[in-house]
Structure formats: C-alpha cells, structure tokens
Design a protein around this ligand. Sequence first.
Ligand code: GZL
Length: 333
Amino acid sequence: MLNRRNFLTAAIGVAAAGTLAACAKEDGGSSTSSGGSKTITLGFSQVGSESGWRSANTDSVKSAAKEAGYNLKFSDAQQKQENQISAIRSYIAQKVDVIAFSPVVVTGWDAVLKEAKAAKIPVVLTDRSVETSDQSLYVTLVGSDFTDEGRRAARILEKVLTKAGHKGAVKIAQLEGTTGAAPAIERAKGFKEVMDADHADDWKIVVSQTGDFTRAGGKQVMAAFLQSNPDVNVLFAHNDDMAIGAIQSIEAAGKKPGKDILIVSIDGVKDGFVAMSEGKINAIVECNPLLGPQLMDVVKKVKNGESVERWIKTKEGDYMQDQAKAALPSRKY
Ligand code: GZL
C-alpha cells in the first residue's frame, strides 16, 4: 500500500499532521484544570454491520474506548459513503478531539478530510485506507496489509491443492468484497500477483464478482457462478461471510464444499472456523478486527501531538482445515 516514494511523502505528512495535532492540542485550550486534561472525545464512523468481522471490529472499538475512558461518538454508515461523510461533518461541528473512521471505499474523501484539517481535528484511519494525493489529510492507518492477505490466500491455496491431491486445471471463482473498497482491491491484487508469477499455466480465475462482503451476497453470486461455470473447482472468497453464504448455494447444487469445490477465505471469524472444522472451508487467512486497543493508543498520542507511525499493522495468522478444531476454543471473534 505504501511504496518508498509514498512513504517519504507520508513522512512529511506525518510531520505536518503532527504539527496539526499539536495545533489541535494548543488550540484546544481545553484543559479544564491547570495542567490537567479533559476527557478525549473521539468521533468514529463505522462502515456498517455487513459481516461478522465488522461486528467484532465495532465491539473492539467500543470496549476499548470505554476502557480508555474516552467519550466515544459512534455512527454506523450502513455501507454508504454519504453517511460517513455526514458523520465526519457532524464530528467537526461538535469539535471532537480526534476523528477516526474505516472508509467504505478508497476514493471521494479529500473534501471532507480538508474540512477536518481546516478545523484542526486530526484524522486516524482504521481498517481500510483511502486514496489521496494529500498525505497530510490523515495521520495514520491502523490496519492490515490487504495485498499481503491476497498473496497469503494464494500461497495457502497451493497447500490446499497439494493436500487434496488435486490434479488438472484449477478453475477459480472469486467472490470479491465491496466494489471500490481497499480490502477488495488489494486482496484481488495480491492473489493475482502470485497467480501470475507462479501459476500462469495452471490456475485461472474463470469468474469474479462482488458479493459485497455479505452472506446474502455470497450465496446469491455463488448460485449464479454455478449456473454459468459449473466446472469451477476452487472458490476464493474475500471474506468468511461470503464463503459461508456460498456454501449454502454449493450444497443446494448438490456439490460438497471443501471437496468438490475447495474454498479459501479471509477474516477468521468464529463461523468461518466452524465451517472449516466441518470440512466445508479448506483454509482461512486471518484479518484481525480487534483494532480497538491500538486505535485508542494512537488517538491519545495524536491528541497529545506525539508523532506516530504512518501505518500500524496488526498481527495475523493463516489456518489450514486441520487446525480449526484446536483453534476454535481460543478464537476471540
Ligand atoms: C477487512 C475489512 C473487511 C472484512 C470484511 O479489514 O475491511 O470488511 O474482510 C468486512 O468481513 O466486511
């Protein structure tokens, strides 16, 4: 997501944003007692409640804000960018200390982020990133490397195919996440990178369409895939919820998920692990939604005008089907 040029630009951005945050601190003038500091008010705009991952992410943000003693203003955008923009504008009007949000799509944010900058309110991205030429419009991103998750998905598919003793062509159906969303763009990119480099002659994505990260979307689109491409033998789903929806359509078509159609997905929600333990998903690439504690730590640093890394990544693992049963009891989301 950040190449060297971007990184250097970003470093300048961090300095500018750090100054901004410091200004916010200075201009805040909001300490209520000599040297004391008032409760941090954080305005948070959430994408929606489209998946198990999102619900776990919301729970993590809310519980971490409570734990930190912050005054959290939270809004659910129901996966609509216009709702996120309205929420951010409302937080600006309320003069919150920091704004954080998970952008539903990567484009269309410059105008509202410029309004936050003009109001001297620092912005922190969580989970998903934005495309902008002005790196000073946000201080940092707390979230995963989605391109690497796509690469990891392709690498674990290699293991799944070997374990299944698969012979012959690999005909892949891809269930994409929300159109225009960073995880959808970047997971597809990472997967294709590996496919082009190491499987140009034996793997082919025969059909690909968005299921919008939802179970209903996965079920509906997979049913259509099975009509148009009945010889598909692998499903790469950008999240577990779409994979779980797709399983319903695969079974309705009289096929065995995890056997007739090998399945690799991303997230690692509990229901995904249950499906893996039942032999219906073959492998899962984890994408950690429990970003709340890291986010609150960053918010405090930003409020205090401290500089922070431009990208704070989360730790994640990869799981094969035979690890699911043992891992289930300790899954935190
Ligand atoms: C990824 C996150 C994605 C999840 C989906 O960090 O943005 O959005 O993979 C969720 O489950 O809907």
